[in-house]
Each structure stands twice: as C-alpha cells, then as structure tokens.
Ligand binder design. Structure first.
Ligand SMILES: Nc1ncnc2c1ncn2[C@@H]1O[C@H](COP(=O)(O)OP(=O)(O)OP(=O)(O)O)[C@@H](O)[C@H]1O
Ligand SMILES: [Mg+2]
Length: 284
C-alpha cells in the first residue's frame, strides 16, 4: 500500500538555524497523524515542505507516491492546506469566499455547487455565512478556513494547528467536524497541534518532534503506556524533559520554565506563536 505521506531524511537549514534534521515520518492512508512538539520544533516547516511551499535542504517527500520536489503541481491537486495563520478576503461574505475558492478548481457547475454547499455545511455558521468575513470573530473565520480546506475532498488535508485560537466550544465543534469528515470521506489528515486533548481525541498516531528530529511515534495510547504516563501531556513532558536533561533543548525556544518551554497548552486556547513565515499561504 502506498503511504499517504513519506518523508525521508528531511532537513531544512536556514542561515544559522537548523529547522529540520533528517526527519523521516510515514502517514498511512486514511489516518489522522498529528505532529506534536515544542515551539520551534519544526512542525510548520515540515507541513510547508509536504505542501510544496518550501524546498528542503536535503531529503525527500512523497505524497501518495508522488514526489513533491519533482511534481509539485500534481501534489497540489490532491491536497489542501490550512496554514497556521491565514486570513480570508475581508470584503467577501463567507459564502462568497467559498465560491471564490471553489473557482480555482476545474470542476463542472454541479460539482462546484456541491463543493460550496459542503463548505457551508462544514463551517456551520448558519445565517452568518452571508455576513462579510471582516465581521467574523476569530473562531468563525477559522471555521470558514477549515471548511475551505475540507470542502474540496482532498486526498490529504494538511492542517497546521486547526483549532488554534478557538474557545472550548468552537474547538470542540472543529474537532468533531474533522473527525466526522475523515470517517465519512476517508480523507487522510496530517496536522500539528499544541493541544494534547485535541491530539488524543483526533489522532490515530502522533509523531513527537523536537529540534527538527523525530523523538518517538505511536498511538496516543501506546505512547502513554510506553512512558508509563497518565496522558499524552505527561508523555510530552517526560520525553522533552529527557531532552532538557541532555541539554539539547535550547532555552530560547521557550518563554519560561519547562512547561512553557514546551509550548504546552492546558486548555483549548492558543496564543500567538509569532513564528516566522506564518502568513505563508495566507489567502487574504
Ligand atoms: N523563514 C525562516 N527563516 C529563518 N528561520 C526560520 C524560518 N522559518 C522557520 N524558521 C526556524 O525554524 C525552526 C522551526 O520553525 P517552525 O515554524 O517549523 O516550528 P514549529 O514547530 O511550527 O513551532 P510553533 O509550535 O511555534 O508553531 C525555528 O527555529 C524557526 O525560528
Ligand atoms: Mg508552527
């Protein structure tokens, strides 16, 4: 069976920063795979390379057997990507925005209508779908963007912190949508998250990355057992504290003690990460 995503020895070096160092991960078709790791671990960098937006310094990636470096345009046809921070065209209503995005796809009228209706349903904004997006709250806008990413029925949806900035209620809604949608349409999802509740709820498997390297991989349950932990948050702390003990966690990656340094969020809200390139792929 062809892997949905396969990265091999992926490295990305910026001038003096090593963002990724020989990262190899495999995502199976139909699974929800979550990348977790502290701020600056290389999650968004990985997702940008997988989605053809960024060239690696070394290594390779295949998406459903298609080489991302050789045939980026073929990969783009079967994926969708929700960036960490993205905007919507403020003067458009939610419905107009989804219609506008649907225009980029080479589909006939009836499929296009189907696509937009699916997006409207996923967004779940009811009559507010006809308000201009500049009048939306952050959570409403994020729901619209998730709807945009999922309405096209991609083979692979790449979601960078899908519930970022959402309150408990909106985050719950979004997670439910992602889970139902995946089950119903057999879509493969590669996501990143700081929220361990979210990851335990959504992901079949998680890859723990730190300093651009894969530290461990497994189902939330298996990892919890392996590290004799009570939950995934506990696993995360144990694994990364091991790294701290080895002195491999750079202090500037955090904002305080270990809990902060790990970028852990105990609830569903998510602060701004201020990371570089976060506007990439932004659509307005
Ligand atoms: N355009 C860039 N120029 C220079 N350094 C960069 C650039 N993009 C990312 N980096 C660096 O690469 C490393 C990995 O960043 P990345 O955004 O992938 O982390 P992340 O795991 O997504 O973090 P977060 O949890 O904060 O979103 C960081 O040290 C970051 O500063
Ligand atoms: Mg990121």
């Amino acid at each position: 069976m062809t892997n949905a995503v396969e990265t091999q020895g992926l490295s990305k070096h910026y001038k003096n920063v090593v963002a990724l160092e020989g990262l190899s991960i495999t995502v199976n078709p139909g699974e929800v795979y979550g990348l977790i790791g502290p701020n600056g671990a290389g999650k968004s960098t990985t997702l940008r390379i997988v989605t053809t937006l960024l060239q690696p310094t070394a290594g390779g990636v295949k998406v459903f057997g298609i080489d991302v470096l050789d045939k980026p345009e073929d990969v783009r046809k079967i994926i969708s990507y929700l960036p960490e921070e993205a905007g919507s065209y403020k003067q458009l209503t939610g419905r107009e925005y989804l219609n506008f995005m649907a225009d980029f796809f080479d589909v006939d009228d009836s499929h296009r209508t189907e696509m937009v209706n699916r997006g409207i349903e996923i967004a779940g904004l009811d009559e507010r779908i006809d308000d201009r997006t500049k009048e939306y709250s952050k959570g409403m806008r994020r729901r619209l963007l998730i709807a945009r990413a999922l309405m096209t029925l991609p083979k692979l949806a790449v979601l960078d912190e899908p519930a970022s900035g959402l309150d408990v209620k909106h985050a719950y809604y979004v997670r439910g949508i992602i889970r139902d949608y995946v089950k119903k349409h057999g879509v493969t999802v590669l996501l990143s998250s700081h929220n361990m509740l979210e990851v335990e709820f959504l992901c079949d498997r998680v890859g723990l990355i730190d300093e651009g390297k894969l530290v461990d991989v497994g189902s939330p349950k298996d990892l919890t057992r392996k590290y004799n932990a009570t939950n995934l948050e506990d696993v995360f702390i144990k694994v990364t504290e091991g790294e701290l003990a080895k002195g491999t966690v750079r202090p500037e990656r955090g904002t305080g003690g270990p809990a902060n340094a790990l970028g852990m969020k105990a609830n569903t809200t998510q602060g701004s990460d201020g990371g570089p390139g976060t506007g990439e792929g932004s659509d307005g």
